[in-house]
Write a protein that binds this ligand. Structure first.
Ligand code: ATP
Ligand code: MG
Length: 351
């Protein structure tokens, strides 16, 4: 088992260091290799995603990614900017399934944008398709004969794209409480009708999972009204983009939100994927030891679960993080005063 570690920029290296300490403490026999990415890679090599970094990612079972973003690169041409590294990795590694858990840990209900008694029930996972939909369709802009400006973006999905994300959704549901909610807009959109048809076909291979369908407008409403009803939600790129940010605000703490982006390749014990906190490089607090590393620690747990088949170790990490929070060790993002290494130490002590 080998993982690639790409700490990146800003707080990326600080939070990644704590996640690696947690992995080391579990002594799982994982080989790992680090490489430059983002602004750090640009400054050293002239490219935000050097070929050696991509090759390392491709040769690994999973990638632990910190964050990219560097104000010193703001004036560069777009293809040289740090953010291009993550876009390039997603594309080159065909990362088509984005998994974002949203959970309100015990004691943190008041940080949610929702009422505490509603927030406390939030423990869901959004599985968002990442390579298709309206973002990648044909786009256009013209000025019509009457002089009016007009723009368009083609929304399309083919059945193999829907099928592979549906499998990702069902597999994720099997690893949780075996309930899957597929979100679409099948009453209006042709892409959504295909989506629904294919999801129903794929469901036959997962008789143990209870499938339900919901229109996206209703799903947005239900996420705010009674989020406790959801376990795994699978949806397209556009709807998932919006719903996953909505779910993040329902949790309310940027330093706790992890993510996985899974590819098509199967590893010896799972599915290849890239794992990163949903926060960015946070240049305002970089280098000060203030960042909460929990989102990255939880991302490392997802790596163990999905790419390395080490679900027990992942459970232990998640439990240690939950205990740390319940014991009141809170980072600045949660109104506390614990620093990066202090939080890392506290999680290690509870492992
Ligand atoms: P990027 O351009 O890389 O996305 P950003 O400036 O948008 O960076 P984010 O990382 O998205 O910054 O963070 C937004 C805000 O949340 C910042 O004020 C940042 O300091 C804070 N923040 C982000 N991550 C953490 C963290 N892990 N711990 C504490 N505060 C954080
Ligand atoms: Mg940002």
């Amino acid at each position: 088992m080998k993982i690639a570690v790409l700490p990146g920029d800003g707080i990326g290296p600080e939070v990644t260091r704590e996640a690696l300490r947690v992995l080391d403490a579990l002594d799982l026999g994982i080989e790992r290799e680090e490489a430059l990415v983002g602004g750090a890679a640009y400054h050293a090599t002239g490219h935000p995603l050097p070929p050696a970094t991509l090759a390392l990612a491709e040769a690994s079972d999973g990638v632990l990614f910190g964050a990219v973003g560097d104000p010193a690169c703001d004036a560069l041409e777009r293809h040289l900017r740090p953010e291009q590294a993550i876009l390039g990795l997603r594309k080159a590694l065909t990362l088509f399934a984005n998994l974002r858990p949203a959970k309100v840990f015990a004691g943190l209900e008041s940080h949610s944008a929702l009422r505490p008694e509603v927030a406390g029930a939030i423990d869901l996972l959004i599985v968002r398709e990442l390579n298709g939909d309206v973002y990648f369709g044909e786009k256009g802009f013209r000025t019509t004969a009457s002089g009016e400006r007009e723009g368009w973006d083609m929304m399309s999905y083919n059945e193999s794209e829907v099928r592979r994300i549906a499998h990702a959704g069902f597999r994720a549901a099997q690893g949780r409480s075996k309930r899957l909610c597929s979100v679409d807009k099948a009453n209006v959109l042709e892409t959504s009708q295909l989506w629904r048809d294919v999801v129903i076909e794929v469901a036959r291979e997962y008789p143990d999972v209870a499938l339900e369908h919901m229109y996206v407008d209703n799903a947005a409403m239900q996420l705010v009204k009674s989020p406790g009803q959801f376990d795994v939600v699978v949806t397209g790129n556009l709807f998932g983009d919006i719903l996953s940010d909505l779910a993040s605000m329902c949790v309310g703490s940027i330093g706790l939100l992890a993510s996985a982006s899974l590819g098509a390749r199967q590893t010896a014990h799972g599915t290849f994927g890239l794992y990163e906190p949903i926060h960015g490089s946070a240049p305002d607090i970089a280098g000060k030891g203030l960042a909460n590393p929990m989102a990255t620690i939880l991302s490392a747990a997802m790596l163990l679960r999905h790419s390395l088949g080490l679900a027990d170790a992942a459970d232990r990490i998640e439990a240690a993080v939950a205990r740390t929070l319940a014991d009141g060790v809170l980072g600045r993002d949660l109104g506390g005063s614990a620093g990066t290494t202090e939080i890392g130490d506290a999680v290690l002590a509870r492992l």
